[in-house]
Design a protein around this ligand. Structure first.
Ligand SMILES: N[C@@H](CCC(=O)N[C@@H](CS)C(=O)NCC(=O)O)C(=O)O
Length: 109
């Protein structure tokens, strides 16, 4: 079973969107930011040493970094959906926006 370790108001939302688009079954484990510091709770450190969200666990595999999670899900479950064929201009645009979303686009923390 895919588990999304989801922090409130975070990039983790993008992983949930993708799972919905792919119509995959998954569960959400929720974590709340500290209201003063806005940091993730220490429990997330037990899932991955970065202690940040999103983190995805699936069948004994743990994946952090939203871009890596997107690539993992599309490679394992996409069956050709959503990711254009490698070597095409469309794929380059896909790669650009994938990295933009976790790079230059802003997150609250
Ligand atoms: N590059 C990482 C960034 C992860 C990250 O910074 N997540 C933020 C939420 S958007 C977080 O967990 N913040 C709480 C903290 O740093 O304690 C990714 O794309 O997944």
């Amino acid at each position: 079973m895919i588990t999304v370790h989801h922090l409130n108001n975070s990039r983790s939302q993008r992983v949930l969107w993708l799972l919905e688009e792919l119509e995959l079954p998954y569960e959400i484990r929720k974590y709340q930011r500290d209201p003063k510091t806005m940091l993730a709770p220490p429990e997330l450190l037990q899932v991955h040493p970065l202690g940040k969200s999103p983190v995805l666990t699936d069948d004994g595999v743990t994946v952090a970094e939203s871009g890596a999670i997107v690539e993992y899900l599309l490679e394992r479950y996409g069956a050709g959906r959503l990711a254009p064929q490698k070597g095409t201009p469309e794929r380059l645009r896909f790669t650009y926006w994938l990295h933009f979303a976790e790079g230059s686009a802003k997150c609250s923390q």
